[in-house]
Design a protein around this ligand. Structure first.
Ligand SMILES: Nc1ncnc2c1ncn2[C@@H]1O[C@H](COP(=O)(O)OP(=O)(O)OP(=O)(O)O)[C@@H](O)[C@H]1O
Ligand SMILES: CC(C)(CO)[C@@H](O)C(=O)[O-]
Ligand code: BAL
Length: 282
């Protein structure tokens, strides 16, 4: 596996990688890799001849007072894991290459970016949309893979890629979970043992709400039960628990077909997000 930082070197390496008509898949990450990231690499290998991963802790998507400074960084271990997983090229751009002096251009996806995570983390999706646009235009992959764990992010990136004709097919991959059901996330490393044990109430609250909704309970009741379950378990802030349309992310009050339960809540100072598909047959 080649590991590069420089954009000029990346461009030359991509020409070699594509030689012979090979297709390229891109897996963008912020590093601190876990089995969820490696599942994206596996899915990328299934769908393309060559796999490019990026690691960049993107300052633009962190708000003031968020965890940019303490976000876990473990480049060597990440590079080893990517190589073992069969990644062909790792690009780790530097912040000054991504955001040169005088940087003044941001990409903003209206509508989808404004709700849920967008309300809790103002400006977050502008940061994500801007960096993903830059990564996609630098690598020009045939496909790019993102996890369903960040469900709203996936929707925003699909919209972005379509609107700007970025030319990559955006592929979503299912959430990889620990044995007890907690979604893998680099930020789980912040949890104390006690908070980690209680964090499992997040997927459990979503599972229970999904069952209640599928059994015909009123949506508000099911969502209220989930919120209470989270506060009872020790979550200090529940930003949202909502049932939404999978494409528009608008709230659903009359359940029909396939929808998504989404949630964000904080335990022991660590903010976790999760989501679950809900299907109601009419
Ligand atoms: N458990 C998971 N299953 C599948 N994909 C995942 C999982 N966790 C993260 N991803 C995906 O990996 C990609 C890179 O995500 P990122 O590096 O931010 O990791 P993360 O674990 O989501 O970190 P964070 O704790 O910052 O949210 C994104 O497309 C993200 O959706
Ligand atoms: C898509 C992404 C790599 C952009 O920085 C990031 O938001 C992430 O890791 O999910
Ligand atoms: N995994 C999404 C990136 C973020 O929370 O900043």
């Amino acid at each position: 596996m080649q590991t590069l930082r420089d954009l000029g070197q990346l461009r030359s390496a991509l020409v070699a990688l594509r030689a012979g008509g090979h297709t390229v898949a891109l897996v963008p990450t912020m590093g601190a890799l876990h089995a969820g990231h490696l599942a994206l690499i596996e899915a990328a290998k299934d769908r393309a001849d060559r796999v490019v991963a990026t690691i960049f802790v993107n300052p633009l998507q962190f708000g003031a007072g968020e965890d940019l400074d303490r976000y876990p960084r473990q480049e060597k271990a990440d590079a080893r894991a990517l190589e073992q997983a069969g990644c062909d090229l790792l690009w780790m751009p530097t912040a000054d290459q991504m955001y040169p002096d005088g940087f003044a251009t941001t990409v903003s996806v209206d509508g989808l970016s404004k709700r849920w995570e967008g309300t809790a983390r103002p400006g977050h999706f502008d940061g994500v949309a801007t960096v993903v646009t830059k990564l996609l235009t630098a690598v020009r992959p045939d496909i790019a893979l993102f996890g369903e764990k960040d469900f709203q992010q996936l929707a925003v990136i699909r919209r972005l890629a379509a609107d700007l004709n970025l030319g990559a097919e955006i592929v979503g991959a299912p959430t990889v979970r620990d044995a007890d059901g907690l979604a893998l996330s680099s930020r789980n490393a912040y949890l104390s043992d006690d908070d980690r044990a209680r964090a499992v109430c997040l997927p459990r609250a979503l599972e229970r709400a999904a069952e209640e909704i599928a059994d015909g309970a009123p949506v508000d009741h099911a969502l209220d039960h989930a919120r209470h379950a989270l506060t009872d378990a020790g979550f200090s802030v529940v930003d949202y628990v909502a049932l939404v349309d999978e494409a528009t992310l608008e709230p659903v009050t009359e359940p029909a077909g396939q929808m998504r339960l989404i949630a964000a809540a904080t335990i022991g100072g660590t903010r976790l997000i999760d989501n679950l598909a809900v299907r109601v047959s009419n």
